[in-house]
Design a protein around this ligand. Structure first.
Ligand code: CO8
Length: 257
């Protein structure tokens, strides 16, 4: 399937997905959502891809769900079409996904970034959940994920006022892992993605699953889950290779098995 609202580029073991609706600041319409979800789920079944980078333009990662597309929708259409439920397929992707955010990440754009596993922010990045100004609220997980990532006080203030957070505040609040000068964002994101993709893919997938479990369960259950998965890793060839390489003082050659 050819894509019209995103660009995809495979660089070694990294898939770069670029949102590409510049005329609408990458607003997420039905087509863009379908294409992003298709691109990442397809990559997830490709053992040649070890990490996915999702990015936008220097001006906007994504300025939210497409307001013009939603404007006239009725309750029956929103409920009947289970609008946004398709993003559950994005969440189910096991390959690590890194968001490289420059410019606006608002509403659904902020929510999309938060659905990724790591957010790297350019110093130009602005994060916000301004839906309340439109007479709605976050609908792609923002009220839940933002509260978990930055705590209730900031999440509540942002969702109730629509105030944006700049990159520095987002880093201090724990929303993004690092802030990078805008002109170096993509290079740094690709470098980080290459590092992740150089690891054993099944081990990276299990690690992603374990860290995500921290947001879904109690500490006791999460630690139990971690221990079971850790034990299971000793059934992989890559555990044997990784530890042998350390002992033999050479770089590991992971077979992703
Ligand atoms: N949807 C549609 N079009 C958009 C959007 C959007 N979210 N954002 C920007 N655009 C369009 C503008 O309409 C404009 O198009 P045109 O030139 O045809 O008028 C073009 O992009 C450029 O935008 P601006 O001229 O407004 O650019 P500025 O630099 O002046 O302002 C802003 C940039 C501040 C980002 C401004 O565009 C803005 O406030 N955008 C809307 C941000 C917003 O409210 N986002 C939340 C949307 S709602 C949402 O995301 C809900 C998610 C959950 C949905 C769940 C549904 C079940």
């Amino acid at each position: 399937m050819g894509f019209e609202t995103i660009l995809t580029d495979t660089r070694g073991r990294v898939l770069l997905v670029t949102l590409n609706r510049p005329q609408a600041l990458n607003a997420i319409n039905r087509q863009l959502a379908t294409e992003v979800i298709e691109a990442v789920t397809r990559a997830d079944t490709d053992p040649g891809i070890g990490c996915i980078v999702l990015t936008g333009s220097p001006r906007a990662f994504a300025a939210g769900a497409d307001i013009k597309e939603m404007q006239a929708a009725t309750y029956a259409e929103m409920y009947g079409g289970d609008h946004f439920a398709a993003w559950d397929r994005f969440i189910a992707v096991r390959t690590p996904i890194l968001a490289a955010v420059a410019g606006y990440a608002l509403g659904g754009g902020c929510e999309l970034a938060m659905m990724c596993d790591v957010i790297l922010a350019a110093d130009t990045a602005m994060f916000g959940q301004p839906e309340i100004k439109l007479g709605v609220m976050p609908g792609m997980g923002g009220s839940q994920r933002l509260a978990r990532f930055v705590g209730k006080a900031k999440a509540m203030e942002m969702c109730l006022t629509g105030r944006m957070m700049d990159a520095g505040e987002a880093e201090r609040a724990g929303l993004v892992s690092r802030v990078i000068p805008a002109d170096q964002l993509l290079d740094e994101a690709l470098k980080t993605a290459e590092t992740i993709a150089s690891m054993s893919l099944p081990i990276a997938m299990m690690t992603k699953e374990a860290v995500n479990r921290a947001y879904e369960t109690t500490l006791t259950e999460g630690v139990r889950f971690e221990r079971r998965v850790f034990h299971a890793m000793f059934a992989t060839e890559d555990q044997k290779e990784g530890m042998a390489a350390f002992v033999e003082k050479r770089p590991p050659r992971f077979s992703h098995r």
